[in-house]
Design a protein around this ligand. Sequence first.
Ligand code: GLC
Length: 738
Amino acid sequence: MNLRLMSITGCLFLLGVVKAQQNIPVYLDTSRSIEERVEDALSRMTVEEKVAITHAQSKFSSAGVPRLGIPENWASDGPHGIRAEVMWDEWYGANWTNDSCIAFPALTCLAASWNPEVSYLYGKSIGEEARYRNKNILLGPGVNIYRTPLNGRNFEYMGEDPYLASVMVVPYIKGVQSNGVAACVKHYALNNQEIDRDHVNVNVDDRALYEIYLPAFKAAVQEGKAWAIMGSYNKYKGEHCCHNQYLLNDILKRDWGFDGVVVSDWGGTHDTKEAIYNGLDMEFGSWTNGLDWGASNAYDNYFLANPYLKLLKSGEVTEKELNDKVRRILRLVYRTNMDHNRPYGSFGTKEHALAGRQIAEEGIVLLKNDRNVLPVNLNKVKKILVVGENAVKKMTVGGGSSSLKAKYEVSPLAGIQSRVGKDAEVTYVQGYASPAVKEQDVKDAKVPEQEKIDYAALREEAVKAAKGADVVFVVGGLNKNDNQDCEGDDRKSLGLPYEQDELIAALSKVNPNVVVVLVTGNAVAMPWIKNVPSVVEAWYGGTEAGNAIASILFGDVNPSGKLPFTFPVKLEDNSAHALGEYPGDGENVTYKEGIFVGYRWADKQKSKPLFPFGHGLSYTTFDYGKAVADKKVISKDDQITFTVTLSNVGNRPGAETVQLYIGDKKSSLPRPVKELKGFKKVYLTAGEQKEVSFTIDKEALSFYDDTKGQWVVEPGKFEAYIGASSGDIRSTVGFELK
Ligand code: GLC
């Protein structure tokens, strides 16, 4: 074909493309910006279509705009894995056969890794599972602060410290959203107990609100760029948090500049006008308890459904608030379901299982290890006894909305057996038992009839078996039963349930090598602590839990986890319980302890916890040199860098999380002795040493002055504390802010 003809053909072709492009409406034109496409879509929608997308059409989905080809929104629990498909309008599973997921460790385990890279791996992996299952809103992560060890949902959250939770939540969100799936950080805000969760009004001073309870949500929004956030059930300043002027309109949308979608918790919406004006964008689960009961086919009667339409048609309300809700929802749709470049995800893969195992191995905490009973050396140990119901109990199911239908779950016993192989004899006895509970998400599930549990007989059998063992692993802790680590209610005490204390005490009398492996999402009391050489906090480790636990127990992996919350000796050592404001009077709960939550309270009381925040041992030993600062005096706009040499003086590689706390020696308002303002997880081979440095600026020195309604930093003397935990400071450096 000659050149002339080719160029004419080329021009005609380009013209055709441009012509075609011109025919594509802006809202579908992938060459246009999201904001342009949002505006164009909005301009084409009827008021009925706008109202329809602001509320659920089924248990976990909300309408799209079928006429315009704008897809529906599909949400899914939860923070630890993608929940099995739920019926359209019933609280039980749809019995699909292709939705068995990888269960990742509970978020307390992730927090205990103190490793932001592992948090990104977590978010990316769970986001891939959500994407593959065509869910564009993941209902997680949860970052409510650990105020009391009794809160039934602490296992779903990231501990007691706002800085740790703020640093760890951001990569999780980025990982999820890298798949074109919206993270929906929850439960915003002040949902720190399950008792009376659907109505309790939380009274908290602004200092505690801004310094303790909001930072992780602020980081999730401003650094994590979360595309969605879930309002909590409880009230604040007398308004339900799912439609709350202060938290949603003033702080979240105005001050923090949140441009995403506020999703209600399931059953968290209570009033049409409040939902219209106080910042709610998407209403889910009205007239349900978000767990297992609800009104059928109520969707047209949702607060943001026909009642809203009626107000619009009558002219009593304008479309101003509606258009803002719809813009936000459309923005989320363009960031997810209508993003033509997003990846396709993957589901139930070995990679995800191994990611979960890595997270668990990085999060497991070695609390105590006298006489180096751990790691167990299979050249010497030949008779192993495993005791405890938690060694075999499935933990990926139950616990409320985070319950999963896992593709598989390696139990601690299975993990130990597979690791030991023929190198030793492994015997199992139950040791203790818990009441059977009804299955979750199963239609017409019944509470099984309870056999009477003969704890003494179970204990006796275990004691007998322990006499001949070289080592005894007691795998106990809590479980996902009601009043344990479970949504919808709180624990009733700090102690271990099901007579485990008696069991551990009895075993330690007949065997010197009792290793207690705690499978929990919360702190527990340990009256037997002086009588056992080793204790491991193994968390809820998910699909690969047993293999991760075995890797630690036999030393394939050197434990590097650090506690994300304090283990008090007794409940009264915890500030919410010491000051008597938990769980409140059924209507109100007042956080009298203010900012003194967790180690902040322990430091103030000069009390020694059982195990402090940030505590975690290793199979090697780390030495800290003397910390130095690059300046003695700084001005407000300066930075200051602290450096310490960390040495691995043991005989095996390991990782240590060096923690930086800052204390304000003199302030116009009360402040904690010290607060976490930096941490670094450092991997060192045997004999290796590294300089670890932290650079901070005035932000790390500031506090929220509720008399002025703003963050302030006051000149004067400060102290930098560098250590292996909040209770194990190795070096301090004083400095002054001019
Ligand atoms: C539940 C929970 C929330 C969950 C939602 C959907 O009640 O509070 O975390 O995502 O309802 O199951």
